[in-house]
Design a protein around this ligand. Sequence first.
Ligand code: KG4
Ligand code: ZN
Length: 337
Amino acid sequence: MRVLGIETSCDETAIAVYDGKQGLLSHVLYSQIALHAQYGGVVPELASRDHIRKTLPLIQQALKEANCTADSIDAVAYTAGPGLAGALLVGAAIGRSLAFAWGKPALAVHHMEGHLLAPMLEANAPAFPFIALLVSGGHTQLVKVDGIGLYELLGESVDDAAGEAFDKTAKLMGLDYPGGPLLAKLATQGDAKKYKFPRPMTDRPGLDFSFSGLKTAAANVIASEGNSPQVQADIAASFQQAVVDTLVFKCRRALQETGLKRLVVAGGVSANQSLREQLEQLLKSLKGEVYYPRKEFCTDNGAMIAYAGYQRLKAGQQQDLTIGVTPRWPMTQLPPL
Ligand code: KG4
Ligand code: ZN
């Protein structure tokens, strides 16, 4: 079975073709970063309009690169949420209509389930059950995963997501959008012990997170110390260490409380090298294993949507003829396979 995947939930138009026997046949991506950079963040209306321009040409390119024609596609999967309503609607309208025109099933895929399953595209795929740390621009969640669609939310951010905290702190430092990767790069030149940032909510029980206070802490340092290159690098390193420490602390607690030894880390922030290294150390000390997607599949991509769609198609699920999106969509509402 071969599935075309369409991702348009935010500022990337991404398309992929996944084949159940041959694996990933192609994946292409167009990033809107340059379009939004001048505004310092994603402008939803501009994002939607750009998805309209890019989605069909990218589908043609993905089919060409996969060396296949439309009739060899068995289903069309598209991100139906969570995300920006207008942006999601572009992918949903195109995906649902294409499937109808081709006489094939359509699958409305949950974006975070896509992220969660992305490590399954790698040679060393994790077995169920495992703990998943989902860290993106919109979500920070710890989930116990017993199988596809069997999700128990253990904890999540009560305010900003980890990626959002990276981006907001980077913006305060005057870095371009999206600031997360730029801040991480700056951090390699800074002293992580220079400034004392809080490790929010590590002093109380539970697995929830809170990251909104960290940007205030960064703003205070900038106000008192200025924004010289060295101060910037030291803030970046100290801030990143605070986020990583907090995430590692809660992952350890989730693993200990559930007795599980496998950790999956996915979503844009899982591309962060420091987080990867420190989680690897944690799992080594617990005699367990940590699993990531390859770096290009940590951030938004079409491959994870095609793969999640393939899994649900294989289980006999499909979307009715409605063109609908769910901008807010708890992952725990998904049906099990
Ligand atoms: O998963 P993603 O591409 O989109 C959402 O679904 O939100 O995640 C994007 C987020 C952004 O906040 C971005 O700054 C962050 O991931 N990010 C990083 C790194 N690469 C991407 N944050 C820290 N370090 C990185 N290397
Ligand atoms: Zn994402």
